[in-house]
Design a protein around this ligand. Structure first.
Ligand code: ADP
Ligand code: RBF
Ligand code: MG
Length: 165
């Protein structure tokens, strides 16, 4: 995938509310504007990379892009689970991410438990992969310390400038 690493940011919006309640794995959803800017070669599926909320610390993340076949969503989503325990929700804040690698395609499962196990193995794989020097260096990329982290900047025309790499 020649578009990786792929940098983007956007305001965290409300999704279906299923991540934390049903799965125990919250996912911060990006608005449509961010989803629509994805390059054509960034396929749907599960990715790993780095993420930061507002001006906060950079953490490991896993991201799901697509239609959640287990739930048969009609709308394409881009949802990030940040591998960190936050004290509070961060709806309305700006989430900055860099996607660095691809894990697997999205698929359906026979049970909710099977989906949860798959997500937990994705998290373990992401943790290991991101410790490799080539990926670790992106954690300190200037992208995460640049100034355009305000919700207004991220939701307006600036998306066309800040998405991409
Ligand atoms: P929604 O369907 O609205 O996205 P979720 O159940 O997926 O609801 O929960 C996502 C929300 O949980 C995020 O928008 C964020 O505010 C909060 N949250 C708390 N901890 C995390 C985390 N580690 N990763 C992602 N989101 C988190
Ligand atoms: N949903 C699916 O339907 N199939 C999947 O294979 C799948 N894999 C996921 C992997 C990760 C790492 C994450 C964070 C989410 C995944 N999801 C998948 C999305 C999940 O169904 C979604 O986060 C919840 O429905 C909450 O919106
Ligand atoms: Mg979510």
């Amino acid at each position: 995938m020649k578009s990786l690493p792929y940098f983007c940011r956007g305001e965290v919006v409300r999704g279906f509310g299923r991540g934390s309640k049903e799965l125990g794995i919250p996912t911060a959803n990006f608005p449509d504007s961010v989803v629509e800017h994805l390059p054509a070669d960034v396929n749907t599926g599960i990715y790993y990379g780095w993420a930061c909320v507002g001006h906060g610390d950079v953490h490991k993340m896993v991201m799901s892009i697509g239609w959640n076949p287990y739930y048969k969503n009609s709308k394409k989503s881009m949802e990030t689970h940040v591998i960190h325990t936050f004290k509070e929700d961060f709806y309305g804040e700006v989430l900055s991410v860099v996607m660095v690698g691809y894990i697997r395609p999205e698929r359906s499962f026979d049970s909710l438990d099977a989906l949860i196990s798959a997500i937990n193995s994705d998290i373990e794989e992401a943790k290991l992969k991101l410790d490799q020097p080539e990926f670790l260096k992106l954690k300190t990329d200037n992208f995460f310390s640049s100034s355009s982290h305000s919700p207004s900047a991220a939701t307006t025309a600036e998306n066309s400038i800040i998405n991409g790499h």
